[in-house]
Design a protein around this ligand. Structure first.
Ligand code: NGO
Length: 524
């Protein structure tokens, strides 16, 4: 038997001191800012070899009294408080604060950073985040999160040293539109699911969430002037589940939550096809004058509004008027895809009239690439998904494009043949395929100037819950976000995959159910 000596009070004291030392800012760990795994990759990073330590006395200072600044600072404090356990108060100041704090300012940033860029300067004394607009500060905050240990993303207090490598990052996006689409029509997802999705995409500087709010299988937004759309048309989903819909109040809550994270919501009402849920709710919208049955299958292209009746245009105007009132962003998405049972001339007349309705409501119409068959109104945007010919027609009319090529960024495609959920009609999309492309050279007739940005699309015929949303989204979305944010000359898969591998710890800390692709060297 070993003869253990009791720990003396002196050695106990030493242990306690050692623990305090370990949790303080004493030990020097990360020092190379240029070696940090930031996604999307910033434009320029200069390392000093120094480091800043976030200690329990740190506060977040904003320069001036503007509420928008205080909101961004409060958002940062909310991100950092749970894991650090520090109070991190938001304070206002006229000048840069003293040692050990974080300083957010809208003065002194270079004009070339635009509305979304930022500069982040980390010295031993201070972290200074400067931007021209609050959106830029928000983007800089996402970078700052990624410079702290991954434990920062946990929701309970962690024992860690909150070091940030020193240097300067100057950064702004390549594309102004960096989107994700969530189909809440094929399967319905709760307000909390949508909020979590917003939180997850915002980490990667996505600034637009397109909600596919109606399709054959369900109508998901309350429209007060046509109540049956949601009450009846929202009753089911693919596979026959109970479906659901957002009340206008709930929808506004989503819009506000997104706005607070500098994400614009684009509501889509898909028409004149993909409308069975509406056709089942109101007989007068049908060519036959009779309501259809609710639909829970996954076929596409079988439904159409009666484009010849005036009541159809009253319906469109009422729906978009109510939606426009709930929409803080500039766009309303009119769908327009796969209208296999609408005659071409009727389709063209319909799309032209609907664009005019959207414009009369003070919004810009967006539609899938087929809308370029019609005359596009000034400001209309086409979303390229499958037909280069249609995209070229849009460009020839002077319209801008959102790039969502199905073979790259339809994240409802399987990763490989063994993926349990997902489709394969556009091929299988491993993580490298979603990353390794350049929107500006994908199609010969489409150049950088024709493109406002990129959008990853998650259709949900096969996706039924939040875990599955996360599995299809991660880790492809961070790569697509980098395609949208980072200039193509700075992107390289072999280098990117190492950075992505280092995000495994962050995914885990955020509780994300991600696909552990074999192509990525995951650092556990
Ligand atoms: C197509 C179709 C959608 C499907 C999706 C599945 C477009 C624009 N219309 O994309 O209705 O859900 O494919 O991948």
């Amino acid at each position: 038997m070993t003869n253990r000596k009791p720990i003396s009070s002196i050695s106990a004291g030493i242990i306690v001191l050692f623990m305090i030392f370990m949790m303080s800012c004493g030990t020097k760990t990360p020092t190379d800012l240029s070696g940090e795994s930031i996604i999307p990759k910033p434009l320029s990073v200069t390392a000093t070899g120094d480091y800043f330590c976030l200690g329990k006395k740190a506060d977040i200072y904003v320069q001036g009294e503007a509420d928008e600044l205080k909101h961004v600072a409060a958002y940062l404090a909310d991100r950092l408080r749970p894991a650090t356990g520090f109070p991190l108060e938001v304070k206002t100041t006229a000048e840069a604060p003293g040692k050990g704090n974080i300083f957010l300012t809208l003065s002194g940033a270079d004009a070339s950073l635009g509305d979304e860029g930022y500069s982040l300067t980390i010295t031993k004394k201070l972290v200074t985040l400067a931007a021209n607009k609050p959106a830029g500060l928000f983007n800089g905050i996402q970078t700052l999160r990624q410079l702290l240990p991954a434990e920062i993303e946990k929701s309970t207090a962690q024992e860690s040293e909150w070091h940030i490598a020193g240097g300067t990052i100057t950064d702004y996006p390549a594309y102004e539109y960096r989107g994700a689409m969530l189909d809440v029509a094929r399967h319905f997802f709760s307000v909390d699911d949508v909020k979590r999705f917003i939180d997850l995409i915002s980490v990667y500087k996505i600034n637009t969430l397109h909600l596919h709010l109606s399709d054959d299988q369900g109508w998901r937004i309350e429209i007060k002037s046509w109540p049956n759309l949601a009450l009846y048309g929202g009753k089911t989903e693919v596979g026959g589940g109970v479906g659901g819909y957002y009340t206008q109040e709930q929808y506004s809550d989503i819009v506000k939550y997104a706005d607070d994270r500098f994400i614009t919501i684009i509501p889509e009402i898909d028409m004149p096809g993909h409308t069975n849920a509406a056709l089942a709710s109101y007989p007068e919208l049908n060519i036959s004058g009779k309501a259809t049955e609710l639909y829970t299958g996954t076929e596409v292209g079988f439904s159409t509004l009666d484009t010849k009746k005036e009541i159809t245009y009253k319906f469109v105007e009422d729906v978009f008027r109510e939606l426009a009132e709930l929409t803080t962003g500039p766009y309303l998405h009119i769908g327009g895809d796969e209208t296999h049972v609408t005659r071409k001339e009727d389709y063209i007349t319909f799309i032209e009239r609907v664009q005019d309705i959207v414009i009369s409501l003070g919004k810009q119409p967006v539609g899938w690439d087929e809308i370029s068959l019609a005359r596009l109104r000034p400001g209309a945007i086409a979303q390229y998904w499958s037909s280069a010919e249609n995209a070229n027609k849009a460009v020839a009319q002077g319209a801008k494009l959102i790039m969502s090529p199905a073979s790259r960024v339809y994240i409802d495609m399987k990763y490989d043949s063994t993926t349990v959920i997902g489709y394969t009609w556009a091929g299988v999309t491993e993580v490298d395929k979603a990353y390794n492309w350049d929107p500006a050279t994908l199609e010969p007739a489409i150049g950088r100037d024709n493109i406002i940005g990129i959008e990853a699309a998650l259709w949900t015929e096969t996706v039924t819950n939040m875990e599955e949303i996360e599995f299809m989204t991660f880790p492809r979305l961070p790569g697509i976000a980098e395609v949208a944010w980072t200039h193509s000359s700075l992107r390289n898969w072999d280098e990117y995959k190492l950075r992505l591998g280092n995000h495994a710890k962050r995914f885990k800390a955020m509780g994300i159910n991600y696909y552990p692709s074999k192509l990525v060297p995951w650092a556990e």
